[in-house]
Structures are given as C-alpha cells and as structure tokens.
Write a protein of this length. Structure first.
Length: 119
C-alpha cells in the first residue's frame, strides 16, 4: 500500500495550498482518511479527518474555518484545501488511513509533504 502526498510548497501568509494524497489502498472507500502535521521539535498533530463516504469531517481547532478535507473515492485520493495560511501552519503534512472514524489508530501513512508559510 502506498500513500503519496503532494502539493506542499513555500507560500506567504494568507495564501492557499491544496494538498493531495493519492493512494493504492484497495477498497479505499472503506477507510477514514486523516491529515496530520509535524513541525521540528514538536509532536505529530492531528489536523483533519474525513469519514468513508465523506459525510463526516473533524478538524483541530486551529484550522477550523480555514482548512477543508475532502475525498474522491473514485480516484482513491484525499485532499486538504488550506486557505488563509499562517506561519504556524508550517510543518510536514502526512496523510493516513484508518479503519475506524472514531478510534485513532491509523494503519497506513504517507511520506509527507513540506508546507512552509512565510510571514
């Protein structure tokens, strides 16, 4: 199984980025998908998750109203639209797959994509 995150880059505060995570997960539609991030010296942080059919989403408070997670089950891909980016959003962003929306056990992880937001 492979999860390939892409779309990161260097942007200025206030800009937008759209991250993508293309996967080879069989029966992708059966998995909750999540985005996490990790900054140097900090622990990995949950950012957002989306249920199998896309009907339920959840976000860390710091990104609510700015980030939107979505998925295309036909393309085995999950997205993270990030608007109004702030310097504190700078991190490596990872996508991951879980068999459960409510339990925080993620089975597969992508390699990460760097997002850098300058002030």
């Amino acid at each position: 199984v492979q999860l390939q995150a892409s779309g990161g880059g260097l942007v200025q505060a206030g800009d937008s980025l759209r991250l993508s995570c293309a996967t080879t997960i069989r029966h992708f539609e059966a998995y909750t998908m999540g985005w996490f991030r990790q900054s140097p010296g900090k622990e990995r942080e949950f950012v957002a998750k989306i249920s199998r059919g896309g009907g339920s989403t959840d976000y860390v408070d710091s990104v609510k109203g700015r980030f939107t997670i979505s998925r295309d089950n036909a393309k085995n891909t999950v997205y993270l639209q990030m608007n109004s980016l702030k310097p504190e959003d700078t991190a490596v962003y990872f996508c991951a797959a879980s068999a459960s929306y409510y339990k925080g056990t993620y089975k597969w992880w992508g390699q990460g994509t760097q997002v850098t937001v300058s002030s």
